[in-house]
Write a protein that binds this ligand. Structure first.
Ligand SMILES: Nc1ncnc2c1ncn2[C@@H]1O[C@H](COP(=O)(O)OP(=O)(O)OP(=O)(O)O)[C@@H](O)[C@H]1O
Ligand SMILES: [Mg+2]
Length: 1019
């Protein structure tokens, strides 16, 4: 175990000043995040009410990590601290105050393809004249426009302000006037050489018009979003801000729920996020806010973060105590000195700003972590002749490190590869390193998902869908499809089809499928016939079934799922690709209720054409693998060994990439010129990368890439004489072939081990909820497929599940409205929501929809009188998510639908269920619904442990037949039972015990979607 770390003097000072406004302004690795966490710990230890603390942070991952750390240290009490990202905070406010936000039940978050198609409509309407796109393609800037409009939104700027900026921005109107008067004067004096000035005048005029056109697009786009009930992430924040500004009482109520505000990575908050903070603090009785940040690490400028954020805070709260930390606990002195030399090239830094001089802000850091500083080495600077040589060398270097005694270790003394990182500017560079490291048998983890169009399994599904929807234009797809697993027809047969195709027969269409049907005498008849039969069966299936089920049927019938489950190579990636495909189809169907397979394929095509990536989910778990991340993704993290390769100008200073077109918003919005801003932003990005390293930093560049000359980025040209550990690697003409061979030479990758490692890591991070536990108990193998591999195919009754979700949402909203207003909504109001909701829910058929509409109405009518009988004050909570209850060192989690406070001070917990009621006797050990019994026990157990309150009753409320609801009074033997069950389940999962329940006629296998997969026994 590592020793307990205690805060240093300045950190302690920052921790102790609880009242008023405090800003911790300090460089990287000085323990800002550490101080935030310690401050919360201290507050909890001092008995401060956890729910009076609000901590805002920049990403879900960061919020999760903070929560986990606090719970580990402080126990369940820490789970009541509100730790949010800005979006999740606003989303929660909207959800818990339904009557304040009159949003339609059908409102939903816009996706990337919808953004593009909305913007295209706007372009057609607004017809921008001043953007001259290449080759007259008027949609050329579509994606750019979307990006810039999102920037405008993040600025929360209105039309007057925007136009005002055009008038006052030094590069626009003022410059135009200046030029015009210059020209006038010169002409008066007889000077005729004014061509350059005239040109600039034209350019500025055009810029001004473009700025105006962008605003017109912005307005059109916003209108369309409202019209289509679409919102984006900025809107969520905007809605909350609108209400805050309109309704002071509401703002006061939200704000005064808290007494302490904490914000991490304050420098990267944009105007919208900042407005949330300012509103909350201004309306607060105590105004205690603690922000931590580093002006040298503003790297989210493209999302609206700005250099003056920190200054604005100080302007707004002039009494702010600024505390600066100068002891760095992360890195060696040589890394710190190097980083300082890099960042001081930026002249816009706050350190140079006179008003910070008297605050004693110094960003020159001293290495103070003994263990790290002992390893003081110079920064390694590698200079290569060729880019391929560079990659080869770095991969070899990583491998040598891992094989040596210097390989970093974790607390248990095992080799820990996650302490090694390669950080690059572009994602494509990461992919290259990923491939090469894997070729050397080194496990890697990339910080983001992969496009489904680049993963073999999902490409196959896509091809299959293409062929199913239009066989005529699918030759290229079938070409690949027929030759790859699992279809893999005989090569001779394949040639035969190709020959036939060249004949251009006139009697039948000339596509692969029609030809295959018309021909005979195959080498491997069975495969061909099987392919055709499957193809037609699935087409038939698709016409009668939901999109999601069709995809699942394709996976099963074609054998794609089984194939990739059997294949060890890139197994996890392939499974994630399959999972994403199912998820995407499910989402698509939710949004487009009448969607057919053809629509879905068109959507996929659109994504491909518009370069909108559908990527597999990020893997949130840090694995024992070399971490490959972009500079942006490395924010807040740290690694023992950091490699920063490819530090060349082309990579760092060339902005002419498509998709990053400079339009005009930046000039309108910012006073600084674009270039200066870019320089400053890139220096900061590089600085962030450098300061991730604890003790060994390796930077590198090469002179050539594929025969083209490279040069070191201008941000490092001044370092020619710097005291690096410098190594130059000679490169001769003929070396390319050698390097190339080296780059493709591969060891035998131990796919099995890599896969097992990932499974172990996932298992380690599994947190049991009642449903997860029941899943495991019902069939460990199925649990493995759905909860560990995440290919959730569980089909069940989709209509019923959707109906259930809708009823839960309605009741939640009704209770929240009741708590919000102190009185229950009328039945007619709930019915209104029900109607909107049911129309926004997808059912497999019209008949099903009618059935559930009837059921729902009946249920609400009969349940309503009971529902409103419980006084609002007695409802303690609804849809309460709990995390962090600990059992035997493991955490458990869950969501309790309804919590009531009884007159005797005890509590009752209820779970809402739809569907046919089950007699109370079956909700018991050995009963037909043992799972329900487990679930109820679990809730009582967790809630009592979590809150210290006493639960006297638990129950299941059957919404449709309320009178048949089940109520239970559990005693200590039930609690003992559940505690053991949880322990036992955890033990089994951790031992990787995923044996299937033996198959029998009526057992769980009967309706299991994984049946075939399971029979192969390829676990
Ligand atoms: N007082 C301390 N004694 C020992 N180690 C410390 C102390 N304070 C912080 N650390 C360690 O120093 C490292 C850096 O801390 P932390 O990540 O909080 O820095 P930061 O200022 O938030 O950095 P960044 O700007 O990169 O987000 C962590 O490993 C942390 O555990
Ligand atoms: Mg930090």
């Amino acid at each position: 175990m590592s020793a307990v770390i205690t805060p240093n003097e300045m950190q302690q000072k920052a921790i102790d000043i609880l009242k008023g406004q405090v800003m911790l302004l300090a460089g990287p690795g000085t323990g800002k995040t550490f101080t935030v966490i310690h401050r919360i710990e201290k507050m909890l230890a001092d008995g401060i009410e956890p729910s009076s603390i609000l901590c805002l942070t920049y990403s879900d991952a960061a919020a999760n990590e903070m929560r986990q750390r606090l719970i580990k240290k402080m126990g369940v009490i820490a789970s009541s601290v509100d730790i949010y990202t800005y979006h999740s905070f606003c989303n929660d406010i909207i959800k818990t105050n339904p009557s304040q936000f009159d949003l339609s039940m059908n409102v939903r978050v816009i996706n990337d393809t919808e953004k593009i198609s909305l913007m295209k409509e706007c372009i057609d309407e607004v017809k921008p004249q001043y953007f001259a796109p290449p080759r007259g393609d008027r949609y050329y800037f579509t994606k750019n426009f979307v990006g810039h409009i999102e920037k405008l939104k993040a600025r929360r700027i209105n039309k007057e302000e925007y136009l005002e900026r055009i008038e006052t921005n030094p590069t626009l109107m003022p410059r135009l006037k200046e030029l015009e008067s210059e020209i006038y004067e010169r002409e008066q004096q007889g000077e005729t050489r004014n061509k350059g000035r005239y040109q600039e005048v034209e350019k500025i005029k055009s810029n001004i018009e473009r700025a105006k056109e962008l605003w017109a697009l912005y307005e059109a786009y916003s209108e369309k979003m409202i019209l289509n009930s679409l919102i984006d992430f900025s809107d969520m924040i905007n809605f909350v801000l609108d209400e805050f500004e309109k309704d002071a009482a509401f703002l006061r109520e939200v704000s005064n729920k808290y007494t302490y505000f904490l914000v991490d990575e304050y420098q990267d908050t944009n105007d919208l996020q900042n407005a949330i903070i300012f509103n909350l603090v201004d309306a607060n009785k105590e105004k205690n806010i603690f922000v931590v940040g580093d002006d040298d690490q503003i790297i989210y400028g493209f999302q609206g973060a700005r250099i003056d954020t920190i200054e604005n805070f100080l302007d707004k709260y002039p009494d702010t105590q600024v505390i600066c930390l100068q002891e760095n606990n992360r890195s060696t002195q040589s890394i710190l000195d190097f980083s300082y030399s890099v960042i001081t090239q930026d002249k816009t830094r706050l350190e140079n700003n006179p008003r910070f001089k008297d605050k004693n802000v110094s960003k020159k850091l001293t290495a103070s972590n003994k263990k790290i500083s002992e390893q003081n080495k110079k920064v390694r600077m590698f200079h290569f002749g060729e880019a391929l040589q560079e990659t080869n060398h770095i991969v070899d270097d990583v491998k040598a490190l891992i094989d040596s005694d210097n390989c970093p270790k974790n607390d248990d003394g095992e080799r820990d590869l996650s302490k090694i990182s390669i950080i690059t500017k572009k994602r494509a560079e990461l992919q290259m390193y990923a491939e090469m490291l894997k070729g050397k048998n080194i496990p890697i983890q990339i910080d983001d998902g992969r496009s489904i169009f680049s993963i073999r399994s999902s490409i196959l599904i896509y091809f299959y869908l293409k062929a199913m929807t239009n066989k005529i234009y699918a030759d290229d797809k079938l070409f690949g499809l027929l030759l790859a697993e699992p279809f893999k027809i005989n090569l001779e047969d394949y040639n035969k089809i190709l020959k036939e195709k060249q004949l251009f027969r006139t009697d039948i269409p000339n596509d692969f499928i029609s030809l295959m049907e018309a021909m005979n005498d195959w080498k491997d008849e069975e495969r061909i016939q099987n392919f055709l039969k499957t193809y037609y069966d699935l087409k038939e299936y698709a016409s009668n079934n939901s999109l999601r089920n069709t995809i699942i049927e394709i996976l099963n019938r074609t054998g794609i799922l089984v194939t990739f489950h059997k294949e060890l190579k890139n197994k996890m990636e392939n499974l994630m690709g399959i999972k994403k495909f199912i998820d995407e189809a499910t989402d698509f169907e939710k949004i487009n209720r009448t969607a057919s397979l053809v629509d879905f394929v068109r959507y996929l095509d659109d994504c491909l054409i518009n370069e909108i990536d559908i990527t597999t989910d990020k893997n949130p778990i840090i694995q024992n693998a070399v971490q490959l991340t972009t500079y942006h993704g490395s924010k807040g993290r740290e690694f023992d060994f950091v490699y920063l390769p490819n530090l060349i100008s082309k990579n760092w200073e060339d902005f002419s990439m498509p998709g990053e077109y400079r339009l005009i918003t930046d000039e309108v919005l910012d006073k600084e010129t674009e270039l200066k801003r870019k320089d400053s932003e890139l220096l900061k990005l590089l600085f962030v990368g450098i300061t991730r390293a604890k003790h060994t930093l390796t930077i590198s560049f090469s002179d050539m890439n594929n025969g083209k000359a490279n040069q070191i980025t201008k941000y490092l040209t001044g370092f020619a004489g710097y005291d690096f550990d410098k190594q130059t690697f000679e490169y001769q003409e003929g070396d390319f072939v050698n390097e190339f061979v080296r780059s493709i030479s591969r060891d035998v990758y131990d796919n099995k081990q890599a896969f097992l490692n990932e499974i172990k890591e996932r298992v380690k991070n599994t947190v049991l909820s009642p449903s997860r536990m029941n899943d495991y108990l019902s069939c460990p193998r199925k649990f493995y497929y759905t909860k560990i591999l995440n290919i959730d195919m569980e089909d069940g009754d989709w209509d019923n599940a959707n109906f259930g979700t809708l009823m839960h949402e309605l009741l939640e909203k009704a209770v929240r409205t009741a708590k919000d207003r102190g009185k229950y909504p009328e039945l007619s109001d709930i019915m209104k929501d029900f109607n909107i909701g049911i129309n926004g829910t997808r059912f497999t058929s019209e008949a099903k929809k009618e059935q559930f509409e009837r059921l729902g109405k009946q249920a609400l009518e009969s349940y309503y009188p009971h529902f409103i009988q419980i006084p609002v004050e007695r409802i303690e909570d609804i849809e309460l998510n709990f995390y962090g209850v600990e059992v035997d060192g493991n955490l458990i989690t869950g969501q309790i639908d309804r919590i009531e406070k009884n007159n005797d001070g005890t509590y009752s917990l209820y779970d809402y269920k739809t569907g046919v009621p089950v007699p109370a006797g079956q909700v018991a050990v050995g009963g037909y619904k043992e799972g329900y019994y487990n679930q109820l026990c679990f809730y009582k157990y967790a809630y009592e442990k979590l809150s210290g309150k006493k639960v006297s009753q638990v129950g299941i409320i059957y919404i449709e037949e309320h009178q048949r609801s089940v109520y239970k009074n559990f005693d200590s033997s039930d609690m003992e039972y559940i505690e053991n069950l949880i322990k036992e389940t955890y033990k089994n999962i951790k031992a990787l015990n995923f044996d299937p329940i033996p198959e029998d006629e009526n057992g769980p296998c009967r309706f299991c979607a994984y049946k075939q997969l399971c029979r192969l026994d390829v676990l």
